[in-house]
Write a protein that binds this ligand. Sequence first.
Ligand code: SF4
Length: 225
Amino acid sequence: MRPTEPTARPAEPDRDCPRCPRLVDFRETWRAKKPDWENAPVPSFGPASARLLIVGLAPGLQGANRTGRPFTGDYAGDLLYATLKEFGFARGTYDARPDDGLELIDARITNAVRCVPPENKPTGPEITTCRPFLVATMAEMPNLAAIVALGRIAHDTLMGTLGWKKSAHPFGHGAVHPGPGGGATVFDSYHCSRYNTNTGVLTPEMFRAVFAKVQAHLVDAPPKL
Ligand code: SF4
């Protein structure tokens, strides 16, 4: 499996990436309101040599948009990083700060849309516009063997990025979509948001079950490089 688009674009957007006017306006508004926040496209976290890529939808306003590291500073990060540590994909202490020293092991985290959207909702065109950065991120991972899609929109974005038909690969929590030709396998999970956990849509056990499948899958996928 390889992404379906050319990768002329770098994997990380410029801090002042101008491509989504609505998101640029939102970013500028928050730069004025909160000059001590990051308020910029959030780069991927973790080594490009990793076999596992976790794909979220977009930075949270007071989480990654504030701190500059994916899933850092809001509830979603508490559950995600605790689970990654439990399965050996992270070490150190997660303290909701980008300088907490937490290290990802054989795992990387990115977002399908790099800039914070109003009300956590990017538009379809914004998802499409930011997709080349996801394509480039995946292309620079030679060992990529497993992708966790956090939520339906991240899943659908991934299907488009990989050139897979959504009808043949519908989203479902716990669903596993093997990559054709031995390429990376996609694992679906409900998003680890506070809303989903508070409403019981996603329990910590359900989340752990996804990463248990990923861990088992990677036993049979040794690094290529
Ligand atoms: S969401 Fe992506 S493409 Fe749009 S402005 Fe931000 S970095 Fe650029």
